[in-house]
Ligand binder design. Structure first.
Ligand code: FAD
Length: 486
């Protein structure tokens, strides 16, 4: 009978398990942690609930699709709303801007608050949609590493429109050419961080990212982000997938061109017809397959940025804040220079503040809010994180206190911290990268590992460290591509 092992219950591992179960496989998922979801998990502290990692939900249809594949009605498992307001932006000089899902409302807001002609914004969003259309056909639903991807009508459409992708220009350059107001350049440059890249290095191609948020939409799962993980695990279990928690896979035994067995900590080797690794590709090769040929060129690609996250229980409510809030730094270029070139943290970081209790009041006690604070951080190369975290905590508190006109420190009733070291340890992500490889050069798409192994015919790879890349939607697509190849 057809049997499959999945190493890791990250979102891509869970999605792959569901797809294989639907294909009739008997699936075992091995997970090192005591809980599923990897980066997409959550916890509660002193009556405050927090999503641990992702906070922005885009392309919900990719989650719905998994329920539909299994013949289920997604609404019986998982519910979400489309956000009318996507984000509130704050600058230290007092400027504020609300981004609306309705692009005409957003364009008016940009004109009123920043003096930028509405048609500049509309042109940018249209360009983003056009770029998405080209890349979706070429990259997102297929393996880049199969010839069939390159010889078909969609590919032809892609080639003919390649210049529109602007691979030879940086994102910052394209945005400076588009917008007069530097604040709007900064706002759109920030989308580079959605896959852990640097807007001053990443190609303008990455201007596809705003398309997801504005044209397709930003969403909020009614049970919080953790609802994505929980509902998919429930579906997987209903389909007979077995999850083994606290069970770390130590080795994949190979013979010739096949993986013959999976060795989990303290267990005897187990044979499977197919193995899918959701473990970071670097660790998969270095730790599970130390004797195999190592695709070093791919494994050595620069990693995406990491993050420093503070989870604060706050004993007050702030009507001026929304679900997603950004407090921008004064010198964006210097901030990215710190993260990507100097490998440290900026003294004036852009602060992202997410408050799920705005939409889900039971995430915080009465008259309180659950603050998830994230700043982009350099990935882990052995920096003195304890010192950097202490200093940055003060910088963040000072910035938020100034912007909100209160002493934020006195409102914090409980605190947890996640940093590049703990991200690396908890999810085996190389250097604590949030999104696998960075996209800081125009060949990055070709330098992610394929979703299948060239050495071992029954070994496949899914998750943020392989094609097509990091973030929930791309991780879900990696599971589709890998299992379509099986
Ligand atoms: P991971 O989440 O990396 O999980 C891998 C799992 O495999 C882990 O559970 C690990 O324990 C397990 N594992 C590894 N090795 C073994 C082994 N040998 N044996 C057994 N188990 C093993 N994305 C978005 O779309 N929107 C966002 O707003 C967003 N914000 C983010 C904010 C933060 C703070 C973080 C950390 C990430 C964010 N991301 C966001 C990125 C997103 O979370 C990831 O791209 C995605 O969740 C990665 O999923 P994955 O399938 O690659 O697995």
């Amino acid at each position: 009978s057809k049997t499959a092992a999945v190493v890791g219950a990250g979102i891509a591992g869970i999605a792959a398990a569901i797809r294989l179960a639907v294909k009739g496989y008997r699936v075992d998922v091995f997970e090192a942690n005591s809980y599923p979801g990897g980066k997409l998990s959550g916890f509660t502290q002193n009556g405050f609930r927090f999503d641990a990692g992702p906070s922005l939900f885009t392309m919900p249809q990719l989650v719905d699709e998994l329920f539909q594949l299994a013949g289920r009605n997604p609404n019986d498992y998982f519910d979400y709303i489309r956000l009318e307001e996507t984000c509130r932006y704050f600058w230290d000089d007092g400027t504020q801007l609300t981004a609306w899902a309705d692009r005409n409302a957003f364009a008016r807001e940009v004109e009123n608050q920043l003096g930028e002609p509405a048609d500049h914004l509309l042109a940018h969003l249209a360009d983003s949609a056009a770029k998405y259309d080209i890349t979706e056909k070429l990259f997102l639903h297929r393996s880049l590493h199969k010839l069939s991807t390159w010889f078909n009508r969609d590919a032809l459409y892609g080639y003919l429109n390649l210049p529109k992708l602007e691979v030879f220009k940086t994102m910052n350059r394209a945005n400076e050419q588009r917008f007069q107001n530097p604040k709007l350049v900064q706002l759109f440059n920030r989308y580079a961080t959605y896959n852990g890249s640097d807007p001053y290095q990443t190609p303008a191609t990455m201007n596809i990212i705003p398309h997801l948020e504005y044209n397709i939409g930003a969403f909020f799962p009614k049970d919080g982000m953790i609802g994505i993980t929980n509902s998919l695990v429930r579906l997987a279990e209903e389909l007979g997938v077995r999850f083994q928690y606290n069970t770390r896979v130590m080795e994949l035994i190979t013979e010739g061109n096949r993986v013959t067995a999976v060795v989990a900590d303290g267990q005897r080797p187990l044979a499977y017809s197919v193995v899918i690794s959701n473990m970071d590709i670097v660790s998969t090769f270095h730790k599970l397959l130390p004797n195999a040929r190592q695709p070093e060129r791919i494994l050595r690609q620069p990693k995406s940025s990491s993050g420093l996250i503070f989870y604060w229980g706050i004993q007050r409510e702030f009507p001026e804040l929304g679900l997603h809030n950004i407090f921008f730094s004064a010198d964006y270029r210097a901030e990215f220079d710190a993260i990507f070139n100097r490998k440290t943290l900026s003294d004036d970081p852009t602060v992202y503040l997410n408050i799920t209790s705005k939409h889900k009041p039971d995430d915080a006690p009465p008259n309180c809010e659950n603050w998830f604070i994230l700043i982009n951080a350099s990935n882990n190369s052995g920096q003195d994180w304890d010192e950097l975290i202490a200093k940055t905590r003060e910088n963040i508190i000072r910035k938020l206190s100034r912007n909100l006109g209160v002493d934020v420190a006195s409102l914090i009733v409980c605190e947890s911290v996640l940093d590049p070291r703990s991200i690396e340890i908890r999810t085996s992500s190389s250097q604590g990268a949030l999104y696998g490889n960075s996209s800081n050069n125009r060949f990055a798409a070709f330098l992610r590992h394929a979703n299948f192994s060239r050495q071992f015919r029954n070994l496949y790879f899914v998750g943020g460290s392989v094609h097509p890349g990091g973030g929930i939607p791309l991780c879900l697509l990696s599971a589709k591509i890998a299992t379509d190849l099986i």
